[in-house]
Design a protein around this ligand. Structure first.
Ligand SMILES: C[S@@+](CC[C@H](N)C(=O)[O-])C[C@H]1O[C@@H](n2cnc3c(N)ncnc32)[C@H](O)[C@@H]1O
Length: 291
């Protein structure tokens, strides 16, 4: 069914795209098709009209993007952006795509510093800088340091940091460095109000869905033979960097809450150790306060 010869309606194109993406195993075929259509048409998903006709150029571009999504390229690499905490960051090959799962960790962190004026925050393993920029966006009075090891991820982070500063947010301070370095941020020892981290935590050798396994950088995903190599370094850093009463939140997979809580207990420097859940109700991050 077409409105004009050669120009199908958006509704028809979306139904075709949804079918293609369902067959390819994409989790949110309709949502992805709509995001790609909105990207091609330069509008929001809410503004899409099923009765609109698509010009041949837009149609070709949309079909190309749907084919790439069917190859399980993350939809955010195709639209070029992802959102965390109301901040849009640019993403593409070489940088981890920020996930909705991280929103509750961010909300917990912002709550920790709600009553603290001019808080000092650090984001370890910053990737695109999404968490750090979301903190700076919510708290213009905060000083936010972010650190990342991978040079390609860092180049995305630099671009995002510059853009948010241009948009008027307080600039964050981006560092190239290794979270496992025991001297990382040594000048901040005992002064940090909030430490957030979404480190690599997947056990080496686990095979992930293609969106991660084939498209996203492995240093962002794999955390050694037990998945905990970087998480252990984050716990050590929190012990050293946080001031008394400061809070730490560490993202992990749905089965790691117990072990991450044990790592925090072993330090004997934390209180209020517990875990939080993501939007699916799955254990997703562990939190603690420095005694
Ligand atoms: C799961 S991604 C999270 C990125 C970002 N925080 C987010 O939530 O979207 C983990 C990031 O940690 C970085 N990373 C891995 N090992 C690191 C290390 N030892 N020191 C600093 N960054 C590291 C990876 O390059 C990747 O960008």
């Amino acid at each position: 069914m077409t409105a004009n010869w050669g120009e199908p309606t958006l509704g028809v194109v979306l139904t075709d795209a949804e079918k293609t993406l369902t067959e390819a195993g994409a989790w949110q075929p309709r949502g992805d098709a709509e995001k790609l259509a909105a990207h091609v048409l330069g509008c929001t998903v809410e503004q899409l009209s099923p009765d609109a006709t698509l010009g041949l150029e837009d149609l070709a571009r949309l079909r190309e993007l749907v084919a790439r999504r069917a190859d399980r390229t993350p939809v955010e690499y195709l639209t070029g952006c992802a959102v965390l905490g109301g901040v849009e960051v640019a993403v593409g090959p070489g940088v981890f795509v920020p996930r909705k799962h991280t929103e509750p960790l961010l909300a917990w962190g912002l709550d920790v510093v709600r009553e603290v004026s001019d808080p000092l925050a650090v984001d370890l393993c910053t990737g695109s800088a999404a968490i750090a920029l979301a903190v700076a966006h919510a708290r213009p009075d905060a000083t936010v340091h972010a650190i990342e090891l991978d040079p390609v991820a860092l180049s995305w982070a630099r671009r995002n940091v510059a853009r948010q500063a241009e948009l008027g947010d307080t600039p964050i301070i981006l560092h190239a460095g290794d979270v496992t370095d025991p001297a990382m941020f040594a000048d901040l020892d005992g002064t940090v109000d909030l430490l957030l981290a979404n480190p690599p935590f997947v056990v080496d050798g686990v095979v992930l869905p293609p969106e991660w396994q084939e498209h996203q950088p492995w240093p962002a995903l794999f955390g050694g033979q037990d998945g905990l190599v970087v998480i252990r370094a984050v716990v050590a850093a929190a012990t050293r960097l946080l001031r008394a009463g400061g809070g730490v939140a560490i993202e992990h997979d749905d089965e790691q809450a117990e072990v991450v809580m044990s790592l925090l207990r072993e330090q004997d420097t934390f209180t209020d150790i517990s875990y939080g859940v993501d939007h699916w109700g799955t254990p997703r991050y562990t939190t603690a306060r420095r005694k």
